[in-house]
Ligand binder design. Structure first.
Ligand SMILES: Nc1ncnc2c1ncn2[C@@H]1O[C@H](COP(=O)(O)OP(=O)(O)OP(=O)(O)O)[C@@H](O)[C@H]1O
Ligand SMILES: [Mg+2]
Length: 265
């Protein structure tokens, strides 16, 4: 099963990606992919925080990038259309708790995310190869949007979760991502409401989702205990388990995803 997680900055993508990955890892082999520029998935997975300083994202591995993506000749650089990348995840993935594995892909900081520069070619190729060819449960913490996904790759994603807060800017981005997901042929898109404070916020998201004909798979309340974990650099999954309503709701999202997958196999 391949699950991508998108949504506006700060809505809780990384918390949800990391926590879902830990729930899945209790019964499946999981490879988590950090494709977000802030590279925080290490924390929410409950991995050793010092790994964040020592792990180089694939997007920054200049030598590897040049070796794999370019053919040199006559002084000009030509990019390979299909670089060999299938060995990269196993070469660079790092191990976490309960057999979980993490590949830190990173992102390419360029004015245009669609540029055909070498790091972008490599990151896209690795992502595409992972989604098309791996058998593990893949949980991918994307950048906010999914503009960088090609059509073939997008079609092979089983589920796109879009995390949204109950405010217009977040719903606006969600709207764009839904349109893109439909255009790219992503099989299933679910909405996850997060940082929900009251019934009005819950209703705002549900009404909006109904109008847009997208299914809501979870509504996660704002939870001070999660914030306190973050302040201490602790993983909410490790510290809280399912002791708070918010963590229980993420577990329920996991259960629904598992059920959805089994029912569509
Ligand atoms: N339900 C919640 N209750 C309380 N705090 C939360 C909740 N969800 C997320 N947070 C906190 O909000 C902050 C942003 O969450 P997170 O980093 O997961 O968002 P993100 O969408 O990945 O952000 P970015 O786009 O910057 O990568 C974190 O401090 C996180 O602990
Ligand atoms: Mg994040």
């Amino acid at each position: 099963m391949k699950i991508g997680i998108a949504g506006k900055g700060g809505t809780g993508k990384t918390l949800i990606a990391g926590t879902l990955a830990r729930f899945f890892a209790q019964s499946f082999k999981v490879l988590a992919i950090d494709n977000d520029p802030s590279m925080n998935l290490i924390y929410s997975l409950g991995m050793d925080p010092s790994l964040r300083d020592t792990t180089i994202p694939i997007a920054h591995m200049t030598k590897l990038i040049m070796e794999r993506t370019t053919i040199e000749g006559g002084g000009s650089v030509v990019y390979k259309a299909n670089p060999h990348v299938s060995d990269i995840p196993d070469l660079f993935k790092i191990k976490g708790p309960e057999g979980i594995e993490l590949l830190v892909l990173g992102t390419v900081e360029q004015p245009s995310s669609g540029c055909l520069c070498a790091p972008n070619v490599l990151v896209r190729s690795v992502l595409s190869d992972l989604i098309l060819n791996r058998n593990e449960v893949l949980i991918i913490d994307f950048e906010a949007g999914i503009e960088h996904l090609g059509r073939g790759t997008a079609k092979a994603l089983d589920v796109l979760l879009i995390v949204t807060g109950a405010y217009q800017k977040s719903l606006d981005l969600t709207d764009k991502v839904i349109t893109l997901a439909r255009g790219l042929g992503i099989q299933k898109t679910f909405l996850v409401g997060n940082l929900i404070e009251d019934k009005e916020s819950d209703a705002l998201i549900r009404d909006w989702a109904e109008k847009k004909e997208v299914e809501v798979i979870g509504m996660i309340p704002r939870d001070k205990a999660i914030l306190h974990c973050e302040q201490k650099g602790e993983s909410p999954f490790e510290s809280l388990g399912t002791s708070t309503p918010a963590m229980q709701e993420i577990r329920d999202v996991f259960r629904k995803l598992k059920h959805y997958y089994v029912s569509t196999e």
